[in-house]
Design a protein around this ligand. Structure first.
Ligand code: CO
Length: 132
């Protein structure tokens, strides 16, 4: 069902500062950067082997990422697993009684389809499922 870790997402309050940090400390530059207005976030992807680090920053104060940072500060936000059949995976999870944030796939960054599984169903970790 899960094929690999697509990305690990870190919530940051300032994307430019975070990108400078990653470049200076780890020599990583973003391969893409994109604002997703419907979510109120701007995200940058840093390539690490066959996976990515996703830095996500709020673009407005009422976005979920802004509330996340307010509650617990910057840090690990979610882990994204890549699946080949997102609709089938969601169906399986529903049958398992999983608590889903998204009942159906929706548009993610870079032309992907995504759906989230609630942290209370993921051992305290927000899980994103990605179909590329
Ligand atoms: Co993500």
């Amino acid at each position: 069902m899960i094929e690999k870790i697509n990305h690990v997402a870190i919530a940051v309050s300032d994307l430019d500062v975070a990108l400078e940090h990653y470049k200076g400390r780890y020599g990583l530059a973003p391969v893409s950067r994109e604002a997703i207005e419907s979510e109120g976030v701007e995200e940058a992807m840093l390539e690490v082997g066959e996976s990515y680090i996703q830095l996500i920053a709020p673009t407005r104060s009422d976005s979920p990422v802004a509330r996340f940072i307010e509650r617990q500060g910057e840090g690990l936000h979610h882990i994204a697993y890549e699946v080949s059949d997102l609709v089938g995976t969601l169906e399986h999870l529903r049958k398992e009684g999983a608590r889903l944030v998204d009942d159906a796939p929706r548009q993610g960054g870079g032309g992907t389809l995504v759906a989230f599984v609630h942290p209370r169903d993921g051992l305290g970790t927000l899980i994103e499922l990605v179909e590329t």
